[in-house]
Design a protein around this ligand. Structure first.
Ligand SMILES: C[S@@+](CC[C@H](N)C(=O)[O-])C[C@H]1O[C@@H](n2cnc3c(N)ncnc32)[C@H](O)[C@@H]1O
Length: 270
């Protein structure tokens, strides 16, 4: 297949960054996970100059963080699937996530929700089946919730990886409130960014994807009505994946909540 001409700009274009991070992880001597599809798809998708500059600037630490977050969400999804008799997984702002192909084979259903421009792109690369479906919608247009009317909420795992920080706090609150009233008891696995991450926002703004929502810590999610089940700082997960000098630095810095809370994965109950 020749290169696909995408019209991705702004926030949708950011899906290329984790895709490339996952593809680059495959060049590591001991990758945290296998992702041949990311390598294949990346070859078909051109990067514009702004994205290239952004990626190059952050790639050393950014790639490791991408690998760590991918692997950890994979583990959460695998655990959910193994512990439910009719597991359903829905990725919100799925981008070109390849998680279904890594860990989703035993899910009853796996849905990839993203904006129409992204779902269209996925349809050129990936195949929809009864088990693996693509939902073309804005997460903020709550009609998408009707795709899950026949599922008991406790069987559902929602994954919001690299999504919520692009919304204003009141939008996040509206989404959480709507999900809580439609899917009480479902699991929501989210990533949140702390105030420390604001230092990189100039560069996100440059690629047309300013970050808008920052938290103090996971208690901000509890205040929005979510039950916090587990919290992990990305800076403390899989330390062996970092070069040893970085391991020492991260160990030191992660003692300070301001740094530790800069990038969290939080498992919550709706
Ligand atoms: C940084 S990418 C993350 C993609 C994927 N979750 C991953 O980690 O590879 C952000 C994604 O959020 C999607 N997105 C942004 N606004 C959205 C909205 N209102 N509804 C659904 N998806 C949205 C973008 O299109 C993009 O695919």
């Amino acid at each position: 297949m020749s290169q696909i001409l995408t019209e991705l700009t702004g926030v949708p274009s950011t899906l290329l960054l984790p895709l490339r991070g996952r593809a680059d992880e495959q060049t590591h001597s001991h990758p945290l996970f296998q992702d041949p599809l990311a390598v294949e798809w990346l070859k078909l998708l051109p990067f514009n100059n702004e994205l290239e500059e952004f990626y190059t600037k952050y790639s050393r630490a950014g790639n490791i963080l991408t690998a760590i977050r991918t692997y950890h969400h994979d583990k959460i999804a695998s655990h959910h699937i193994a512990n439910h008799s009719h597991p359903v997984v829905m990725e919100l702002g799925a981008g070109l996530s390849t998680r279904f192909h890594r860990v989703g084979k035993n899910a009853e259903r796996w849905l990839e929700l993203d904006l129409p421009v992204v779902t269209e792109l996925r349809s050129k690369l990936d195949t929809q089946t009864q088990q693996h479906q693509f939902v073309s919608a804005s997460v903020m247009d709550f009609d998408w919730m009707d795709t899950l009317t026949d599922v008991a909420p406790e069987n559902i795992l929602f994954i919001a990886e690299g999504l919520l920080a692009y919304f204003e706090v009141n939008e996040v609150q509206q989404l959480i409130s709507a999900m809580r009233s439609r899917f009480p008891g479902a699991t929501l696995d989210v990533e949140i960014l702390g105030n420390y991450t604001k230092i990189s926002n100039k560069n996100f703004t440059k690629i047309g994807a300013p970050l808008k929502w920052f938290v103090k810590n996971e208690q901000d999610l509890a205040a929005m009505g979510l039950q916090v089940v587990n919290v992990w700082s990305l800076y403390q997960l899989y330390p062996e994946r970092w070069p040893w000098q970085w391991q020492l630095l991260l160990k030191f810095l992660a003692q300070f909540p301001y740094f530790r809370n800069g990038y969290l994965i939080v498992e919550t109950r709706l």
